[in-house]
Design a protein around this ligand. Structure first.
Ligand SMILES: [Zn+2]
Length: 145
């Protein structure tokens, strides 16, 4: 049911913890699994120098947040904004369809942390304006193809 990569990131998650004085923090949750994900960003210029996360949730949520942090570490804000939940799931060699919403959480946690950064530092990040992190909208973000 779960790929080796999912199991690997679940049993040995990368970048777990928190960052002191982060430039941005985002917290999102979903009602389906009761997953709560908190993402911390250290941003230098427009590069994500460091990223850490704390996830209370199911194995897929932990694996998704671990993989997502690896995918955005050292990348630019623009590249992090372009990261979709689908890309996270693909990097994990797939998630079971019923667990795709857990990867959505990883995408939203990053965007939520970037939103926090943009507010605190008065930086405009294109694409963040009309994001809504209410739980009801989670399903709409899941691509079903
Ligand atoms: Zn979950």
């Amino acid at each position: 049911m779960y790929s080796e990569k999912v199991m690997d990131h679940f049993t040995h998650p990368r970048n777990v913890g928190e960052i002191e004085n982060p430039d941005g923090v985002g917290e999102v949750g979903n009602a389906k699994c009761g997953d709560i994900m908190r993402m911390y960003l250290k941003i230098e210029g427009d590069v994500i120098e460091d990223v850490k996360f704390k996830t209370f949730g199911c194995g897929s949520a932990i694996a998704s947040s671990s993989m997502a942090t690896e995918l955005i570490k050292g990348k630019t804000i623009e590249e992090a904004m372009a990261l979709t939940n689908k890309a996270v799931a693909e990097a994990l060699d797939g998630l079971p369809p019923v667990k795709m919403h857990c990867s959505v959480l990883a995408e939203q946690a990053i965007k939520s942390a970037l939103l926090d950064y943009s507010k605190k530092h008065n930086v405009v990040i294109p694409g963040l304006e009309d994001l809504n992190f209410d739980d009801e909208d989670h399903h709409d973000l899941i691509e079903n193809d």
